[in-house]
Write a protein that binds this ligand. Structure first.
Ligand code: ATP
Ligand code: MG
Length: 371
């Protein structure tokens, strides 16, 4: 990908998105070209080997080791990253989120009221977390919906607004600051991964959608509506369970099973591989279906579509299996479609896109800050 750099003027603003996943670091570099975001380069580095494990496995590493891996990826000639200015993702699991109802008062007043109100919803002392919040845009139909549903809409009462509160533990922030300090990166923000993903994969849709992020050790499920997370759930299965199942079933080492998994997917000749892989995916999609249907029932809303992201969703034949598993429309995310790129890369970008959704979303935000 490094060759793409030569298409860009050195003076153009550039931005890097850095997604530190549990099994791999992903980076995407964008440049502003004629006022539009254009792809400069992208790349990834498996973290497993930094802990003596295999490619594709989730590991937990100290900040120093992660910084070392970041620097290795930045120095990778084939990737050819040219800027150090970046935004970084924070795992969803390291955040606490709540939607609270507030009276519709001025932003200034909210700035005083929300932190006080937040104390009731954040299960740790407020001094131990950093709090961020934003007013959830109104759908424009909610009042009518309330009335239809027979809910009490008092005209005389002060109108209410929904406010999303996000809290991140100080220790988590400190950990990411240490990673930055020990690496060559210059980060200007940390963003919880699902917000970056949303920017990269969602269009202006009013109906809720379900995003399924298939990682190495876990699969994260989110229901997103009007840019906010209405529901979330983590399934304790991920793509490394497929590798494990293949390894056991064929009696081969995990490293070899990882290669076989990526080569064969669900479409190979060996029915054994397909069967054991499907077992893992049936479980994941089963859980996702339960979450989807319970959301629809609870809020009396229809989920418009299911969007697949994460490296695990790159498994050959997985999207088709997902289409069978859900009644709802299913699609693989195509986040690179939000940036301009040479036409000859179209196919590869479509294939690798789901894995880079977080990094693209981060880079898009960073690029917009660069103006
Ligand atoms: N082409 C592919 N085919 C099948 N599986 C793949 C492919 N590429 C990556 N994977 C699998 O995807 C998993 C990693 O996905 P991803 O990079 O999204 O996880 P992560 O971001 O590190 O995890 P998390 O978000 O849970 O922290 C690995 O288990 C890997 O084996
Ligand atoms: Mg991830």
């Amino acid at each position: 990908m490094a060759f793409l750099s030569k298409f860009f003027d050195k003076k153009e603003s550039r931005a890097l998105g850095v997604d530190i996943g549990s099994s791999a670091i992903k980076v995407v570099e964008l440049a502003k070209k004629n006022g539009q975001a254009a792809l400069v380069t992208y790349g990834e580095l498996a973290l497993g080997p930094y802990a003596g494990f295999n490619v594709g496995q989730a590991v937990s590493l100290p900040p120093g080791k992660i910084a070392q891996a970041i620097n290795d990826l930045l120095n990778e000639k084939e990737v050819g990253v040219t800027t150090r200015k970046c935004g970084l993702s924070i795992p969803f699991g390291s955040s606490l989120m709540s939607v609270i109802e507030m009276p519709e008062v001025s932003t200034k007043e909210l700035a005083v009221m929300v932190p006080l109100e937040a104390r009731k919803y954040i299960p740790v002392p407020i001094s131990e977390v950093q709090i961020d919040w934003s007013v959830i845009p109104k759908s424009g139909v909610s009042r009518a919906e309330d009335e239809l549903a027979g809910r009490n809409v008092a005209i005389s009462a002060i109108p209410k607004i929904d406010v999303l509160i996000v809290a991140i533990h100080n220790e988590t922030i400190a950990r990411y600051q240490e990673i930055i300090a020990k690496s060559a990166l210059e980060a200007s923000f940390f963003e919880i991964e699902i917000f970056a993903t949303g920017r990269a994969v969602l269009d202006e849709v009013l109906q809720p959608v379900m995003i399924i992020d298939i990682g190495a050790a876990t699969t994260k499920l989110y229901v997103v509506e009007r840019g906010i997370i209405r529901a979330s759930h983590t399934v304790n299965r991920g793509s490394q369970d497929i590798t494990g199942a293949i390894s056991k079933s064929l009696g081969v080492a995990p490293a070899e099973a990882e290669v076989i998994k990526r080569q064969e997917g669900l479409v190979g000749e060996n029915q054994n591989i397909t069967d054991v892989s499907r077992l893992v995916l049936d479980y994941i999609f089963g859980e996702a279906n339960v979450a989807l249907l319970s959301f629809e029932k609870k809020y009396n809303r229809t989920i418009a579509k299911v969007i697949l992201v994460g490296g695990g969703s790159a498994l050959k034949g997985l999207a088709n299996l997902a289409k069978e598993a859900f009644k709802t429309e299913v699609m693989s995310a195509d986040p690179f479609s939000k940036v301009s790129a040479p036409a000859f890369l179209a196919n590869i970008l479509k294939e690798t896109g789901p894995e880079f959704a977080v990094a693209i979303g981060l880079a898009l935000r960073k690029l917009s800050e660069e103006e």
